[in-house]
Design a protein around this ligand. Structure first.
Ligand code: NAI
Length: 330
């Protein structure tokens, strides 16, 4: 079986080459370019393509892949909001993903952002480097005995709920379904109640039509003043313009974002020599209580090995005609 791997970074290649030793029948070629309508024809002669969170796997790409004989899209990530599943279905292309490679990796990063922005670590680090040992602007709040609100208690949200409990926080959650594993310490409430009572709100639901711009002017207005908001899920869960308005109105004690609406051209690219003239990201970064990282929640050694392991297992299972449970959209 032949896989064409798009948007390859050195760390992707290292983890997949390591795992590939256990799958000698799988042949992988690595491309630096990302998957998009223009680059889809490069997959001619391959059975499968392997893509990532910001690849363009929309209708045009899927149809181009079909024309070039590709029958399988391997997403090396959990989310698949960037894949046109209907087009894939129509084109007879299977889409497999990696639903839960290391929920703790993302949850730990969510807490790192919450703590970082709370204690202004991004500012403290720079101040001390400049020999400024004053504490002005660095005062935080205790998380102990505060309330955490987790939106979406699947694998990552559950891991975040456990971490928050470990900090001695009261944990509220909102989800369409209750996670029975959390029943001993999580109280499920309505979204309104969660917004109104939480000191820390962390988003862990997928990006769907129903969750698009879940955090907007209206929902921000219902939050407590001085709340900390963390998004490690998908950028478009938050309407950025409304977030900026809320930050300007001093609604938030802090905002930690690993994902944001405008991220696609930025993610995993070094753009330090470019002038980003219309950048919303730059506007967000101009606020002292905002900390942004570039979609690195998943990025731990353990998670990368698990992603490679599941992706190649997905490929082999598909070739044998076996169901894995990792079909996107199930
Ligand atoms: P999961 O599928 O285990 O859990 C998602 C939960 O959200 C489910 O319990 C589901 O019922 C709930 N949900 C669905 N619609 C909802 C709604 N309207 N309101 C409230 N809850 C709703 O997914 P998992 O593995 O926990 O991942 C969550 C998200 O994290 C992924 O969809 C992905 O977007 C993001 N992610 C981010 C990464 C990063 O590097 N920053 C890495 C991996 C995932």
């Amino acid at each position: 079986m032949k896989i064409l791997f798009y948007d390859t970074k050195a760390y992707d290649k290292a983890s997949f080459e390591e795992e590939n030793r256990r799958h000698p029948a799988v042949e992988i070629d690595y491309l630096k370019t990302d998957l998009a309508p223009r680059t889809a024809p490069l997959a001619e002669g391959y059975d499968a393509v392997c893509a990532f969170v910001n690849s363009d796997v929309g209708t045009e790409t899927v149809e181009a892949l079909q024309r070039h004989g590709v029958r399988l899209i391997l997403m090396r990530c959990a989310g698949f909001n960037n894949v046109d599943l209907e087009a894939a279905d129509r084109c007879g292309i299977a889409v497999l993903r990696v639903p839960g490679y290391s929920p703790e990796a993302v949850a730990e990063h969510a807490m790192a952002l919450a703590l970082g922005v709370n204690r202004r670590l991004h500012k403290a680090y720079v101040k001390v480097r400049e020999n400024d040992f004053s504490l002005n602007g660095l005062m935080g709040i205790n998380f102990y005995q505060k309330t955490a609100g987790i939106v979406g208690t699947g694998k990552i949200g559950a891991a975040m709920a456990r971490i928050c409990r470990g900090f001695g926080m009261k944990v509220l959650a909102y989800d369409l379904y209750e996670n029975p594993a959390l029943k001993d310490f999580v109280t499920y409430v309505t979204l309104d109640e969660l917004l109104g009572e939480s000191d820390l709100i962390s988003l862990h639901c997928p990006l769907l039509e129903s969750t698009y711009h879940l955090i907007n002017r209206d929902t921000i207005a219902r939050m407590k003043d001085g709340v900390i908001l963390v998004n490690t899920s998908r950028g478009a869960l938050v309407k950025t313009e409304d977030l900026i308005e809320g930050i300007r109105a001093h609604k938030f004690f802090g905002v930690g974002l690993d994902v944001y609406e405008e991220e696609t051209p930025n993610v995993f690219e070094d753009r330090s020599e470019q002038i980003l003239e219309h950048s919303i990201t730059a506007r967000l970064l101009s606020f002292p209580n905002v900390m942004i990282t570039s979609h690195q929640g998943f990025f731990t050694r353990e998670a990368l090995s698990a992603i490679a392991e599941t992706t190649l297992a997905n490929a082999e299972a598909w070739e044998k005609g076996e169901k894995t449970g990792n079909e996107a959209g199930r």
